[in-house]
Each structure stands twice: as structure tokens, then as C-alpha cells.
Design a protein around this ligand. Structure first.
Ligand code: ADP
Ligand code: MG
Length: 574
């Protein structure tokens, strides 16, 4: 009866878990400890999937990738002080990438504040720089409303990271069940459209373009704009260029993809439509010499403050990319215009694509050992399942890998991103594997890591094995950061000398058997030195759906990318 029910008590931990569940949170990544263990247990009891990781940074990268892949934030749960500080890297990375994320951090008890409490730290203030919203609920009753606000803020407008601070004394405090009201699940983000006159102007600029180009960024992927953008490309015969994570919105093997002529496309386009891609370093700020000084940019973005950064755009279309690209389709449909497929521009792009592709193929066909990057990636591409997720990080490993490894589906590539972060790979792979398992079983996550990049979060291999995730790790091993030494040079260098005086800062231990990290936890490990061994181990890994694998691929320690037309290209990420 009512009198009995009204005395029923529940812990703060359960209130937090219920509030998250009410906001449709599906995944929680974290590391438990004082004072958050009870929150993880309560969340798991409510059906939130809890993935225990080995480092908060990797946990936070994983949670942020969930936000990008599903459109609802993943939660990263961390302990007070150092736990929260380790997660700051993941928050910063999510915010830079415009990905939703919710971090829940335990903090010290309120009545010990400023006294030097266990792991005391000004956490709400610390997170402010890395988030859109950072707050501590004033009472247990306020928790559901603060969590609703954090989830909503993370996905509305330009997506980003949010932080909710939970003092230790809230976690085990018992409250009357009836005293807690749960804020309703926040609605999906409202869809905004661009002003009609701006759409008309954009269509007219596009129709008058001599050398048009569409650039598809990860904002377009996040916005699920694939259908409308593909229509724009196909109906009007426009060339398009994906940014690294824009790959797959329209498949890489689409005849209108000019990825293989990237520099030429950027340099000579006279009209560029940007779908969810910022004119930051990845796109060389939109400035000469990488672009024509008078190139007309049409910017499509959900964030008004982004419009006009670095370049004065010809037209700005403020709104959701999926909605705005539909508006553009309808406007362009009003005439019979299509961009002529036999134009000089198309011819010049096709020519460049052919010669660039031939140059990489030639490098790939080199039979000399150790292998070079191109040989490795061509053999991987041959067996790459068309529906797999590709996670990639490292310097040359990521840059060259991106040009060879193809994406055919949107939101199926994750890499170092806007912030150029190394160490994201294993966390991202774990998140992608969770999404694959739950939404399209049978899908693989292929995680292509440089040997240095792998080292940042290598112990997450244990996490991968504990949850038995469908991940194949490829460690492209050149014994170092950018470049390393072969075994003979290494031995010569170290002869009778103090290692700290002679080991070049770029070098890592040569011929390290990273595959044994995987076998240590029961997965499959392969050490390969030839194309045949690589082919075989990849075939075996893909055939065995019961276990994760790691293939440690030895390459030429001094291998680099093919010669570039522009000297500054060798420095940049692209
Ligand atoms: P890339 O790294 O692919 O170049 P960026 O991260 O620089 O992409 O740019 C993504 C852009 O997409 C951001 O400016 C962000 O504001 C925008 N964006 C995110 N979601 C949407 C959306 N639904 N509609 C429009 N723009 C969006
Ligand atoms: Mg390396």
C-alpha cells in the first residue's frame, strides 16, 4: 500500500543509473573504484552495457566514439581526481571532433571540501575547458534533471562533451523512492533548415561553377546525410572529396570520388560546397596556395559561429546537413542543369587520379623485403570486408592507409581526427565492435595501428579479449615513431654506449613481438614479414569469428610515403 511504498529507500547510485537509463543511455565505459563502483553495478542491473577498461583515457575515447556512431552519448564513468584527469584527453578529443559524450566523475565528499579530501580536485572547473556543459547537481533530487540537461546539451546544436560531477556522499545516500522525479527522455535534436534565399543563391553559384567540388566532412556522416548527398553527387554529376572521416558517406569507389586527385581538386576548384567540414588545418584553412585565391565557398554547418572562419564564404547555409542538402536538391531540380561530365575539369581530375593510382600501385608491387606501407595496405585492401569498420592511427600508417583502404559505408571510419590524437585506436575499436555486435552481427572492426600508436593503449587488448570483441588489430611495425632502426643498426648503435645517450628519440625496440600481447590474453597472434604471410594471417583472422587477432606486420624501418608534388604535403596530415 501507499504508506509502505513511501518508505522505500534507494541509493544515489541507483538514482544516477535510472536517470541515465531514462535518457536512453546504452553504453557505459569506465574504470571502477571509490566512489563510483556502485554506479556501474546499478547501471548494469538496469541493462546499460558496462565495459570495464584499463585506462580512463581509452574509456573516454570509446564513449565518445559511441556518440559519433549512434547519435546518443556514450557514458564514461571515472573515479575522482586522477581518474577524472585521465579522462580529460577523451573529453578534449570529443569536443574537438564535435562528438557527443557524457562523462560522470565521482568526486570527494562535500563536507570535506577544501580540507584535502581523498582525491580532491576542482573537477567541475577542470572540465569546463573541455566541455559544453560542466556541473554538479545540488542534491540527489536534482540528478535526473542535470543528467537530462547534459545529454541534451551533448547532442543539440554542435555536438560535444558534457560533464556531471557526483560527490562521493551522494552515491550511498539513501533517499525515499517517491522523492525522486525523473526528467523525461530528451527529444532528438530539432532539425533546422537554411534560409530559402540562401539556398537559391547557393544553387545559382553551383550552376555557374566551372570547376565545382563537394567536400564531405564527418559532420555529414554524423548528420546521416548520405542519401541526399549521394543524390546531389549523382543527379548533378559533381565531383566529391571526402575528408578522412567523411569517407564512406558516398562510397570511396564511386566514380565521382576524386580522393586520388585531392591536391588538384582543392587547388583548382572555383566553387566548393562544404558539407560539415571545417576550414581548419585538415583543409589547409581554405587559403592559397592550396586553393584559388577567389574560390567561392558554400558552407553548410549547424554551428553559426563556424561560418566565415578563415575565409569569407560566398554563401552560408545554416542548418542540419541532411535537411539542407535536401533543400539544395529541390532547388537544383527546378532547372534541367547538370554539370557536364565531359568538362575539362573532369578530364583533368581523372587524369591526375589515374597517375596517382598508378604511382601507389607501383610502390605496392615492389617485391623487396622488408615490405613498404603500400605493399602492406594493398594486401589488406584485397581482403577487407566491404562492411567493416576501419579504425586507423599513426603517422604514415594512417595517412597512407587512408588512400588505399576503402570505406563503403558512412560512419565506418574512425581515426586521429581534428585533434590529431594518438592513442584513440583501441578505445574507438572497442566502441565500434560494441555497435557492430549489437546492430549488425558479423561485422568486423579492422584496427590499423602504427607500432607507436598501438603503445598508447596497448593494454586494452585485455579488454578486447575479456569481452571477446570482433576486432582484428594490424600493427604496422617500423620499429619507431615516424622511423626506426633495423636490428643491425640498433646493435651497432648500442655497442658499449649509454642507451639514453644514443637511442634516437624516434626509435622503439626493434622487432618487438606485439602479437604476444594478444596471445597473452587468449587471442590469436601473428608475426609476419612477407606479403604471403600477411595474406595468410589475415585470411585466418577473418575466418575465425570466435577470437580477436593481432597481426604484427614488419615493414622497412625507413619506409615513407611516395613523393609528393608539394613539399609542405610531407608535413601535413593529408
Ligand atoms: P572533418 O574533420 O571531416 O573536416 P569537422 O569536424 O571539421 O569535419 O567538421 C564537422 C562540422 O560538422 C562541424 O563544424 C559541426 O558543427 C558540423 N555538424 C555536426 N553535425 C551537424 C549537422 N547535423 N548538421 C550540420 N552540421 C553539422
Ligand atoms: Mg612506427
Amino acid at each position: 500500500n501507499f504508506a509502505e511504498r513511501s518508505e522505500e529507500q534507494m541509493s544515489g547510485a541507483k538514482v544516477i543509473a535510472q536517470a541515465l537509463k531514462t535518457q536512453d543511455v546504452e553504453y557505459m565505459f569506465g574504470i571502477v573504484g571509490i566512489p563510483v563502483t556502485e554506479i556501474a553495478i546499478a547501471a548494469q542491473q538496469l541493462g546499460i552495457k558496462y565495459i570495464g577498461m584499463r585506462n580512463e583515457q581509452a574509456a573516454c575515447y570509446a564513449a565518445s566514439a559511441i556518440g559519433y556512431l549512434t547519435g546518443r552519448p556514450g557514458v564514461c564513468l571515472v573515479v575522482s581526481g586522477p581518474g577524472l584527469i585521465h579522462a580529460l584527453g577523451g573529453m578534449a578529443n570529443a569536443n574537438m571532433n564535435c562528438w557527443p559524450l557524457l562523462v560522470i566523475g565521482g568526486s570527494s565528499e562535500r563536507n570535506q571540501e577544501t580540507m584535502g579530501a581523498f582525491q580532491e580536485f576542482p573537477q567541475v572547473e577542470a572540465c569546463r575547458l573541455y566541455t559544453k556543459f560542466s556541473a554538479r547537481p545540488s542534491s540527489i533530487e536534482a540528478i535526473p534533471f542535470v543528467i537530462e540537461k547534459a545529454v541534451r546539451t551533448s547532442i543539440y546544436g554542435r555536438p560535444g562533451a558534457c560533464y556531471v560531477d557526483i560527490p562521493a556522499d551522494f552515491v550511498n545516500l539513501q533517499v525515499n523512492v517517491n522523492s525522486i522525479k525523473y526528467a523525461e527522455c530528451c527529444m532528438s535534436p530539432p532539425i533546422s533548415m537554411a534560409e530559402t534565399s540562401a539556398v537559391r543563391m547557393a544553387a545559382s553559384v553551383i550552376r555557374n561553377a566551372k570547376q565545382p567540388l563537394l567536400i564531405i566532412g564527418k559532420g555529414a556522416a554524423y548528420a546521416h546525410a548520405e542519401e541526399n548527398i549521394k543524390k546531389l553527387v549523382e543527379q548533378y554529376k559533381l565531383p566529391f572529396l571526402p575528408t578522412p572521416m567523411g569517407k564512406g558517406v558516398v562510397p570511396d569507389n564511386h566514380p565521382n570520388c576524386v580522393g586520388a586527385a585531392r591536391s588538384r581538386a582543392l587547388q583548382f576548384a572555383d566553387v566548393i560546397v562544404l558539407f560539415g567540414a571545417r576550414l581548419n588545418w585538415i583543409l589547409h584553412f581554405g587559403l592559397p596556395p592550396r586553393y584559388q585565391p577567389d574560390v567561392k565557398f558554400i558552407q553548410v554547418d549547424i554551428c553559426a559561429e563556424e561560418l566565415g572562419n578563415n575565409v569569407k564564404p560566398a554563401v552560408t547555409l545554416l542548418g542540419d546537413i541532411s535537411a539542407v542538402s535536401k533543400q539544395l536538391l529541390e532547388e537544383l531540380d527546378k532547372t534541367s542543369w547538370v554539370y557536364p561530365p565531359e568538362s575539362k575539369w573532369w578530364k583533368s581530375l581523372r587524369e591526375k587520379m589515374k597517375s596517382n593510382e598508378a604511382a601507389s600501385k607501383e610502390l605496392a608491387s615492389k617485391k623487396s623485403l622488408p615490405m613498404n606501407y603500400y605493399t602492406v595496405f594493398y594486401h589488406v585492401q584485397e581482403q577487407l570486408p566491404t562492411d567493416c569498420f576501419v579504425v586507423s592511427e599513426g603517422a604514415n600508417t594512417m595517412d597512407i592507409g587512408r588512400t588505399v583502404l576503402q570505406n563503403y559505408l558512412p560512419r565506418h571510419r574512425l581515426d586521429a581526427g581534428t585533434f590529431g590524437t594518438m592513442g584513440v585506436g583501441l578505445g574507438f575499436a572497442i566502441a565500434a565492435a560494441m555497435v557492430a555486435k549489437d546492430r549488425s552481427p558479423g561485422q568486423w572492426v579492422i584496427c590499423v595501428e602504427g607500432d607507436s600508436a598501438f603503445g598508447f593503449s596497448g593494454m586494452e587488448v585485455e579488454t578486447i579479449c575479456r569481452y571477446n570483441l570482433p576486432i582484428i588489430l594490424l600493427v604496422v611495425n617500423n620499429n619507431g615513431i615516424y622511423q626506426g632502426f633495423d636490428m643491425n643498426t640498433w646493435k651497432e648503435t648500442l655497442k658499449f654506449q649509454d642507451p639514453t645517450a644514443v637511442i634516437p628519440p624516434m626509435c622503439l625496440l626493434p622487432n618487438s613481438h606485439y602479437e604476444q600481447v594478444m596471445t597473452a590474453f587468449g587471442g590469436k597472434g601473428y608475426f609476419v614479414e612477407t606479403p604471403e604471410e600477411l595474406q595468410k594471417s589475415l585470411r585466418l583472422s577473418l575466418a575465425d569469428t570466435t577470437k580477436p587477432s593481432l597481426i604484427n606486420i614488419m615493414i622497412e624501418p625507413q619506409a615513407t610515403r611516395k613523393a609528393q608534388d608539394f613539399h609542405w604535403l610531407t608535413r601535413s596530415n593529408m
